[in-house]
Write a protein that binds this ligand. Structure first.
Ligand SMILES: [Zn+2]
Length: 109
């Protein structure tokens, strides 16, 4: 369970050392994560998972749904993308920011 968390922490600490000034920001971002979801409008998501960055959430949703580069960019920018239900099997995908202390809690639904 901790396997997902440790590398992220290392990355942040390494960046902090290099830039010097972003330490406080890095610490805030350690609890922040992004939840990538996909499913039908108005229903609980068919899939959801947590990611350390918005970009990774968009990439992952993009892979699952075979989205084009343009669609991944749009999803990353808007945090929301409508899908072709017949093609993709889901109606919408969405990325939301979360600050809870347990990112792994999102990985099971
Ligand atoms: Zn959370």
């Amino acid at each position: 369970m901790l396997d997902n968390v440790v590398p992220l922490c290392y990355t942040i600490h390494r960046q902090d050392k290099r830039s010097g000034a972003t330490r406080a920001k890095g610490e805030v971002e350690m609890s922040k994560h992004f939840i990538g979801m996909a499913g039908m409008r108005g229903c609980l998501p068919n899939m959801c998972d947590s990611y350390p960055t918005r970009g990774q959430a968009a990439e992952s949703l993009g892979l699952v749904h075979e989205l084009s580069g343009r669609q991944v960019k749009q999803l990353r920018r808007d945090g929301f993308l409508e899908l072709n239900l017949a093609e993709k099997g889901n109606e919408i995908c969405e990325i939301v920011e979360c600050n809870c202390g347990d990112p792994d809690s999102h990985n099971d639904c």
